[in-house]
Each structure stands twice: as C-alpha cells, then as structure tokens.
Design a binder for this molecule. Structure first.
Ligand code: HEM
Length: 140
C-alpha cells in the first residue's frame, strides 16, 4: 500500500494505492536473463560458483517487504536436500519412443497464479546397484 503519493518511471501512484510486485516479469526479464523461458540453471553460475552478477531470484520469488515469505529458508534448504538426495541415487531422463530413442521434451507450463508443468513422461532409474541397494534399504 502506497503510504504517500509517489512516482515510478513516469507513473503517478496516489497514496493508498495497492501495489503488487510483478514477480513473473521480474524473473523473466529478457534484458536481464538471456532466453528467460529456457530452463538453464547454469545461468546462475560462473566458474562453478554462484555468479553475483546475475539477478538472484530471491529478489522476487518470495514476495517483497515486511510480508515476504517467512518460509523461504525452510523451503530453500528443504528443496536443496530433496533435490540432492534424489539426484544422488536416481538417473532421471526424458521420455523414449517405442524404439527406445529419446524423445524431445518440451518445456511447457500452465498459466495462471500458480504455474506448473502439465504431466509428462520420463524415466527414473537407480544410478547404480549400490544406489538401488541404498533405496531399497530405506524402504524397509
Ligand atoms: C518454494 C517455496 C515457497 C515460495 C515460492 C513461497 C512464496 C511466497 C510468497 C510469494 C508469499 C507472499 C509474500 C508477499 O506478500 O509479498 C509467501 C507468503 C507466505 N509464505 Fe511462502 N513460499 C514458499 C514456501 C513457504 C513455506 C515452506 C512456508 C512455511 C513453512 C511458507 C509460509 C508463508 C507464510 C506464512 C506467508 C505469509 C506471510 C505474511 O503474509 O506475512 N512459505 N510465500
């Protein structure tokens, strides 16, 4: 909520206006991210380290100001733990055709307040015998 009259980029914002941050646009800005629609996690890295010159998604992904998401550290650390545990033991690959040849997987997302990929096929296999042993041991 604008607590006083303001101006941004030539637009007058009267006191009392509800202002909502455009997180999607901020995180898909083609002037900041090359090919923003493409899934390129390596865009955040330089020489194997996080590149501080690339916009950090935290500036918008969890909201803004005093009402910013209080669960951001929990979700960040949980996702790191989940993704690294899964990748440590599984190979995940795109779909294959009836001859076993890899099929191109398209990056589609639904539109709306919550955007997510529609269902797609993929293969998930243990990375090794040792990984399979570990997975089966965990389910006992
Ligand atoms: C990737 C995971 C998550 C994302 C992307 C996310 C994103 C957000 C966003 C955009 C907001 C609105 C902030 C605003 O009004 O500016 C929010 C609020 C909130 N989130 Fe999350 N969140 C995540 C995970 C979590 C988790 C794990 C928890 C709790 C354990 C949580 C608890 C909350 C609460 C309580 C609010 C309301 C804060 C308030 O209005 O003061 N979130 N979140």
């Amino acid at each position: 909520m604008a607590t006083e009259d303001d101006e941004y980029d030539g637009y007058f914002i009267p006191k009392g206006t509800a202002v909502i941050g455009a997180a999607w646009s901020i995180l898909h800005d083609p002037e900041v991210f090359e090919a923003p629609e493409e899934f390129r996690p390596e865009r955040y890295l330089k020489d194997g380290q996080i590149d501080p010159g690339v916009r950090d998604p935290v500036v918008a992904a969890f909201g803004f100001g005093r009402r910013m998401c209080p669960g951001r550290y929990l979700s960040d650390n949980s996702l790191y733990s989940i993704v690294s545990s899964v990748l440590a033991v599984y190979n995940i690959n795109g779909p294959v055709d009836e001859l076993g040849k890899p099929k191109q997987l398209e990056a589609n997302y639904t539109s709306g307040l919550l955007s997510y990929p529609p269902p797609f096929n993929c293969t998930i296999e243990p990375r090794s015998k040792a990984a399979e042993f570990l997975i089966r041991g965990l389910s006992d």
